[in-house]
Design a protein around this ligand. Structure first.
Ligand code: SF4
Ligand code: SF4
Length: 245
């Protein structure tokens, strides 16, 4: 059970410690397929959408001054009812609650791995010195869209948590087959046209400071984005037809 004094990831307090299992003294670094499947089943049991895996490059570790290599990304799809809600402070708080509801399970996932003899630590979602998105991009399993959303094939409304671990033989992807999205975005531009804050500069580059997604819960561009309305696979098919013409 998580302590009732849990105070949250996103907004204010340092991350409390909910681990029940210590990291092993001599961690193992190879996981069997069966055990990884068991881990995946545990994650899916709590309605997460799936897992991705990042192997951090030497350049990345140097840039962010990190000393770990292997990251498990635990993904969930944000609730559609919240995404469609009018922007408001209440919406932001509800999104924060949803984030926390998922987040508390991540300690259980780390404990599962620790019990099996692996080192496993949650990366703090608000770590000052590490970009979670940069870690996510190292998975070769996502891209950043023109509207600055992190798009996985699971969906464009993916939220995620991360565990770094001693496990070396995770199914890392060495190539990203989603790079076509940048080209597709260059033909679309719906997010730029529909943004009420003009959060894009004269070169149509996203301006984080002007975007009110985090402050006010704006999702206007997301609601009109083809990746949200049609899903990844349908947009990919449309793109493939476009480039064949
Ligand atoms: S609305 Fe269009 S340009 Fe903007 S992120 Fe979605 S696909 Fe890309
Ligand atoms: S979330 Fe809202 S403010 Fe931010 S880019 Fe999209 S439409 Fe603009």
């Amino acid at each position: 059970m998580i302590s009732s004094s849990f105070e949250g990831f996103r907004y204010h307090k340092p991350l409390p410690n909910f681990y029940k299992v210590e990291n092993p003294k001599n961690p193992k670094n190879e996981i069997s397929e069966d055990l990884l499947n068991d881990f995946s089943e545990l994650v899916l049991k709590y309605n997460f959408s799936g897992l991705s895996y990042s192997k951090l490059s030497d350049e990345f570790k140097h840039e962010f001054n990190t000393d770990f290599d292997n990251v498990i990304i635990i993904k969930f799809l944000m609730g559609d009812n919240l995404i469609k809600m009018e922007k408001s402070r209440e919406k932001c708080m509800l999104m924060d609650d949803e984030f926390q509801d998922y987040g508390v399970h991540v300690y259980e996932f780390a404990d599962f791995l620790r019990e099996k003899g692996f080192k496993a630590d949650l990366i703090h979602p608000l770590a000052d010195d590490l970009s979670m998105r940069a870690v996510a991009l190292q998975s070769n399993d996502c891209v950043i869209t023109r509207s600055n959303m992190c798009l996985f094939k699971d969906g464009i409304t993916v939220g995620f948590f991360m565990i770094h671990t001693s496990i070396e033989n995770l199914p890392f992807k060495s190539e990203n087959d989603m790079c076509w999205v940048e080209d597709f975005c260059s033909t679309c531009g719906v997010c730029i046209d529909r943004c009420p804050e003009n959060a894009f500069d004269e070169n149509e580059k996203f301006q984080r400071k002007l975007c009110t997604a985090h402050r006010e819960g704006c999702n206007d561009c997301l609601l009109r984005c083809p990746f949200y309305r049609r899903g990844y696979d349908k947009v990919k098919k449309r793109y493939d037809r476009m480039v064949k013409r």
